[in-house]
Design a protein around this ligand. Structure first.
Ligand SMILES: *Cc1c(COP(=O)(O)O)cnc(C)c1O
Length: 220
């Protein structure tokens, strides 16, 4: 299948999921380009895709700044774990950082924002499944993080992001994230990937992050 065919199919599935959810708005499709070959990136750009998700700062640095001149309307989201020492690079490159999850990152991001005079949108990643190996604020810590930690660094998140455990139904995790977003008045919900984006749409996703269903399987 060509990229254009994949894109058309995904857009059709988004449309139908929105109908089923009786939503008038459409979630934004974030094309997750991590570890995809250049030819597919070019195909995506030719098809008009402008919003991309990357999970490594360095890979994104190698791929995107060279394209800014040709595609000034590119929007880049960081969706993978951020090391605090990479904060300045991330603030310089990304329009949105989906993965704020600890106090140290609040500090390094705030420092970078001040130094560079550039403020990406920030989402807080929540570890809804409380998995040891996964990043994200634990649900029990979210209140303190949003009402004390972030304000201390003058960081104003606009939304929440989660990656449900691979071996559980995603719906309850998306529902929980939606409940938190409502409680704290946050408008963006970055949730849903290739395997579960329709479920995420039912639970109010405003951004869905789709990689392999759009581009094909990743290179290892
Ligand atoms: C890789 C990745 C995706 C995309 O995954 P697919 O299953 O290929 O759609 C979405 N979100 C995050 C955080 C990822 O790391």
């Amino acid at each position: 299948m060509s990229f254009e065919q994949n894109l058309a199919e995904i857009e059709d599935r988004i449309f139908r999921a929105c109908q089923k959810a009786e939503r008038d708005d459409r979630p934004e499709l974030v094309a997750v380009s991590k570890r995809q070959p250049e030819a597919r990136i070019e195909a995506a750009l030719s098809a008009g895709v402008r919003v991309f998700g990357e999970n490594r700062v360095q890979e994104a640095q190698e791929r995107w700044p060279a394209r800014w001149e040709t595609y000034p309307d590119l929007k880049l989201r960081l969706i993978g774990p951020l090391q605090s020492k990479k904060s300045e690079d991330a603030v310089a490159l990304f329009d949105t950082i989906d993965v704020l999850d600890r106090e140290k990152l609040c500090r390094t991001i705030a420092d970078a924002v001040q130094k560079l005079g550039r403020s990406p949108e920030i989402l807080v990643q929540v570890n809804t499944g409380e998995e040891d190996q996964k990043s994200g604020v634990l649900p029990d810590d979210l209140d303190t993080f949003l009402t004390e930690t972030c304000p201390n660094y003058d960081i104003k998140p606009v939304g929440l992001m989660c990656i449900p455990p691979a071996d559980e139904p995603a719906g309850p995790h998306f529902a929980l994230l939606g409940k938190f977003a409502e409680r704290y008045g946050l408008s963006q919900l970055s949730m849903g990937m290739s395997n579960d984006f329709e479920t995420a749409i039912l639970f109010g996703a405003t951004q869905i992050r789709v990689g392999s269903a759009l581009f094909g399987e990743r290179e290892v």
